[in-house]
Design a protein around this ligand. Structure first.
Ligand code: NAP
Length: 268
């Protein structure tokens, strides 16, 4: 039996187990998916232990995405973003990937939204914002980063070729000209708030929210009310899982079965 898992802290509410278990079942792969709540003070031992025990692959979540850079050989994207969210132990040394980036881009592809030449606004400057900003830039978009702590927006924009950094005061003006507006802050997580002013949305615009609890955030509701297209955060989560599954197993992921499992769990 193959063994995969997610390493994080806390990790008990992770949606990765049902999503990957559904994929293994659908593809007839004999594998287990385990949650590993690692001690942050012993994270190096945890990665070394997983490798020594023959764990085949790990999804890495907070707060270990930066640590995983040290304990794997990061690919170019993971190195650029400065975070690893998937480790593949089939290689020696284990390879680190950032599928938050490619998963987000794939979510847009899945909705037939082209990022090439699009004017995008990423709200936030933390880990999710980094993945989105690099992903959008890689897909050919123009990127503006707006964040509550403006200095962090500038720091991120300095890392992303051609990007600009802003405070949240600039958001209405940025949104007026944007094709895509993405929330990568934690605003709206388990609360009915939006980081974007409701009257700044317009039709002919795409709203993406990294937050997926709830699935229908205030940010997305306001956008939809203005006639904009919406993409919820479960799509990014789904496609990072799809990319991890395909790397680990070399098999095409059963996207629909994974999506069903994810959304079933989110509806509970
Ligand atoms: P993070 O690194 O802690 O960054 C949090 C961001 O939110 C920062 O930019 C912070 O601004 C901003 N923020 C927090 N409270 C705010 C407020 N009241 N008003 C304005 N801005 C505020 O977190 P993260 O890892 O990037 O995660 C951000 C969100 O994305 C979380 O909800 C997470 O669950 C979600 N996420 C989803 C996926 C997915 O697959 N869908 C993947 C990763 C993360 P400051 O810099 O000013 O503090």
């Amino acid at each position: 039996m193959d063994v995969y898992g997610i390493i994080g802290n806390p990790v008990e509410h992770s949606l990765s187990p049902p999503m990957h278990e559904a994929a293994f079942e659908e593809r007839g792969i004999d594998a287990a998916f385990v949650t590993f709540e690692a001690d942050p003070d012993r994270i190096g031992e945890a990665f070394a232990g997983a490798e020594a025990l023959g764990v085949d692959g790990l999804t890495v979540t907070l707060p270990f995405k930066g640590d995983a850079l040290e304990f794997s050989e990061p690919d170019d994207r993971a190195r650029r973003v400065g975070a690893v969210n998937t480790v593949d132990f089939a290689t020696d040394p284990p390879t680190g990937h950032n599928y938050d980036l490619s998963g987000a881009v794939r979510a847009f592809d899945h909705h037939d939204v082209s990022l090439d030449g699009a004017r995008t606004v990423v709200v936030g400057a933390g880990g999710a914002a980094r993945a989105l900003a690099f992903g959008f830039e890689e897909a050919g978009a123009e990127v503006a980063v707006a964040n509550r702590t403006e200095s962090k927006a500038h720091a991120l924009a300095d890392d992303v070729p051609g990007a600009s950094g802003h405070g949240l005061d600039d958001l209405p003006d940025l949104m007026a000209d944007a094709d895509v507006v993405a929330n990568a802050t934690s605003v709206g997580l388990e609360s009915d708030e939006s980081v974007a002013p409701a009257d700044a949305w317009h039709a002919d615009q795409v709203a993406f929210d990294a937050v997926y609890t709830p699935l229908e955030t205030r940010f997305l509701r306001d956008a939809a009310d203005a006639g904009a297209e919406t993409i919820d955060g479960a799509w990014m989560l789904l496609f990072q899982g799809v990319e991890a599954f395909e790397t680990w197993t070399g098999v095409d992921a059963p996207v629909e079965a994974m999506d069903d499992a994810l959304r079933e769990r989110l509806a509970e």
